[in-house]
Write a protein that binds this ligand. Structure first.
Ligand code: SF4
Length: 391
């Protein structure tokens, strides 16, 4: 049923137009924790630059990170880079399609290995991601959190049954994921259009809205998210902007930013007291609020006057680079840093996103951070002036 439905209803996505293990690996890694609308332009640009594992293996890390912009979770880019090197060293540059060699690749877990083996290789391998878990739990009427250990075991077992019973494992697995992404959605599922409606226990019992139960991990992370405060300076002189590279580990590792320092939350609350002495005369432009998976970062943005920027340029730290403004968008920048630049009046278009998609993607970011609808995010994005901006 789902196989036929998928044949009729599959979205036209770039990694589906031409199948290969490499394209499947790149798209699956990108799709982890990132929305499809954001992945599509980044995927096309990435694949054009790195059409095979060899091209990625040879590339410097800065180039790889620059092509990952807009996707966040940069650790994935580094793992994919390492996986490409592994494929070149151990598999003659060809991504394997069997689960066990796939599991040896850095960053490839049970789900990604199963997806490549079944969708590209046609193997009867199970897959469980968030979409599959939701459909399975509703289909069987099981009101559990998908990350409870017993439920995880149960889900993989149901997913194995699913693929064992399939006519075509590739269509069955991808169809199930697609159903979860487009019909059996977390809120307001469209049960009237669902090919599984007649078999669905949650629909029969009237429990669709309460399945699945909230994840244990998500509840714990929300409570434990570390709070960090930073101040940053946007200093522009003669068409160049002061930038610095972050350390190789920790928050936004290896990414570029306007000169910044962390401050204690108590100092940050005083605002003016948090600004380093040599930034004197800078004007407060607003704040960027970045809610990340494990951290909540508030960045106070200060603007240097042109005289102060000239003074800073003469005596600036050697860690600072004065980058032409026209080139700053090509550096690896976090989404939060793009918001900082926006507050500072510096345009740094994200090369990973076509112009038309940027407004919509920003609205998606905002709505995800605040938990409201994309339309509300769009309205707020349109209203935004120099004030607090969520990243
Ligand atoms: S009938 Fe509704 S709840 Fe059940 S699987 Fe289909 S979309 Fe999901």
């Amino acid at each position: 049923m789902v196989e036929e439905w998928f044949g009729r209803s599959a979205r036209d996505l770039p990694w589906r137009r031409r199948r290969s293990p490499w394209r499947a690996l790149v798209s699956e890694i990108m799709l982890q924790q990132t929305q499809v609308s954001r992945v599509v332009p980044a995927f096309e640009r990435f694949i054009e630059r790195f059409p095979d594992p060899g091209a990625l293996a040879r590339a410097p890390e800065r180039d790889v990170l620059a092509h990952w912009q807009g996707l966040g979770y940069y650790r994935r880019a580094r793992l994919l880079h390492a996986a490409a090197r592994h494929v070149v060293d151990r598999h003659d540059g060809k991504v394997p399609t069997a689960v066990s060699p796939l599991r040896e690749l850095p960053g490839v877990g049970r789900y990604v290995a199963g997806a490549i083996a079944s969708i590209v290789g046609g193997a009867r391998e199970p897959i469980v991601d968030g979409n599959v878990a939701r459909v399975m739990l509703r289909l069987h009427g099981r009101a559990a959190a998908p990350d409870e250990p017993d439920t995880v075991k149960w889900l993989w077992s149901r997913a194995q049954d699913w693929v064992d019973d399939a006519h075509d494992p590739s269509l069955a697995n991808e169809g199930l994921m697609e159903l979860g992404a487009t019909v059996c959605t977390p809120r307001s599922p469209r049960c009237g259009e669902c090919p599984l409606a007649r078999r669905c226990a949650a629909r029969r019992q009237g429990t669709v809205d309460s399945i699945p139960a909230p994840k244990r991990a998500a509840r714990a992370v929300r409570q434990r998210r570390e709070r960090i405060a930073m101040v940053t300076l946007v200093a522009v002189h003669r068409g160049r902007i002061a930038m610095e590279r972050r350390p190789d580990d920790g928050l936004w590792a290896g990414m570029w930013q306007t000169p910044a320092r962390e401050v204690s939350l108590a100092v940050a609350s005083e605002r003016i007291g948090a600004v380093p002495r040599r930034w004197r005369g800078a004007r407060h432009a607003g704040a960027v609020d970045a809610v990340l998976s494990h951290r909540h970062v508030q960045i106070d943005v200060w603007l240097a006057t042109s005289a102060a920027a000239a003074r800073l340029k003469r005596g600036s730290s050697r860690a600072w680079s004065w980058v032409p403004i026209a080139k700053v968008g090509e550096l690896p920048l976090s989404n939060a840093m793009r918001r900082v630049l926006e507050l500072g009046g510096v345009r740094a278009p994200d090369p990973a996103r076509p112009l038309r998609a940027r407004g919509a993607a920003r609205a998606e970011d905002e709505s995800r951070a605040s938990g409201d609808t994309p339309r509300a995010g769009q309205r707020r994005a349109a209203r935004r002036t120099a004030g607090t901006v969520r990243a």
